[in-house]
Design a protein around this ligand. Sequence first.
Ligand SMILES: NC(=O)c1ccc[n+]([C@@H]2O[C@H](COP(=O)([O-])OP(=O)(O)OC[C@H]3O[C@@H](n4cnc5c(N)ncnc54)[C@H](O)[C@@H]3O)[C@@H](O)[C@H]2O)c1
Length: 434
Amino acid sequence: MNFQKICILGLGYIGLPTASTFATHGLKVVGVDINRHIIETLQHGNIHIHEAGLRTAVESALSSGNLTVSLQPEEADAFLIAVPTPFFEDRQGEYQGRQYRLADMRAVISATEAIVPHLRKGNLVVLESTSPPRTTVDLVKPILERSGLKAGIDFYLCYSPERVLPGQILRELIENARVVGGITPESAEAGCALYATFVKGEILATDATTAEMVKLMENTTRDVNIAIANEFARLAEKFGVDVWEAISLANRHPRINILQPGPGVGGHCISVDPWFLVETAPELTTLIYHARQVNDSQPHFVLEKVKQALGSLKGKKITALGLAYKPNVDDLRESPAGEVVKLLQKEGAQVKAWEPFKPEADVHEVHMAASLESAIQDAEALLLLVKHTEFIKLNPHEIAAKTTARVGVDCVNGWDPQQWESAGFKIFRLGVHQ
Ligand SMILES: NC(=O)c1ccc[n+]([C@@H]2O[C@H](COP(=O)([O-])OP(=O)(O)OC[C@H]3O[C@@H](n4cnc5c(N)ncnc54)[C@H](O)[C@@H]3O)[C@@H](O)[C@H]2O)c1
């Protein structure tokens, strides 16, 4: 198949790097977003998201004339859908007393509907948004067929999951293996041909529902594995064991690779995607459901640790170090650190948070400090919630001179307790009995 022009719906963390990569590889790309601010920002040559190398890539795609942006899709050889698929905040499902989250597919529905008037014979449509199993065949296909064209006969339809790591998106888009699932083998072949424009990793053809499952299985596996690490941390505290030492010893076994415990699981992928499996088959997902419960309840376990360190939290001044959902990123979405802060405040603690990757963040009900110094100066305890490199590198002797705190609670195994204790701190560690 010969693709000359493509239309990409959704210009966020996935859609914009994808659009600029296709454009810098010679295709004409129309990037579409319903957010007028995003379109205007791009039309002025700026970008609205932080991603290494993206500004340069978008600038060169725009200046070559290969990338244009618009509020509306238009006729093209292929359409890619990369719109958000969060869960509903205000609705839940229930199965045998278990509450579960429901995928909010409204953006996928409206993006698909927007393609219908422009769909022509021989076109290819690819859904990239992470979606519950069978979304491509049960949700997207019937909408596209309102055009009067038959999927798999008149046009090709695929699902292709995105597996890039924020911070390395542009490199991984090209180098990672890509799974392309078609509703027919011909659709998969067309999808593979499109991604061959720039993908240097293997391009692996399958059917659409398998491709959807692949993405959900990847993120669910990580969620379940983190849940067991968190449960090991709880068990270690009960049995007087240091979980970090125990994990590192267990991982010397050639076939064991236990992940690290922490304050919980956040972000917009791993803490969301397992729900897409629970929602579509609650009777088959006992383990996945309970792993979500363990990870979602981990901030409560941190709360107990802080109480162990400080006793009653009423009026206690605590500095929360880190609010991002993982180390060295500025993304605060679904962050368990934010949840910990809220739980501490409910117990009457006065919490100041310092997030070096997003100091200006406006987080609902959280007092954000303007600097590390102002965050720690009159604190009673320092609570390490995210393993940002700059937190790990803190010199405890220098910190001791800048803060009244003499208690540290380390939830991520970021600080050497002996060093901090030699600087006068009493250190409490998640997953370690004290
Ligand atoms: N960000 C990641 O690292 C990552 C990794 C793998 C998979 N994904 C998945 O990719 C999808 C997109 O994620 P993202 O991080 O790029 O989201 P995002 O929120 O950064 O961007 C999505 C964009 O889509 C736009 N949009 C919403 N409805 C639209 C519509 N009807 N038409 C056109 N544009 C519309 C929004 O305005 C927004 O700019 C999600 O399903 C996500 O789970 C993301």
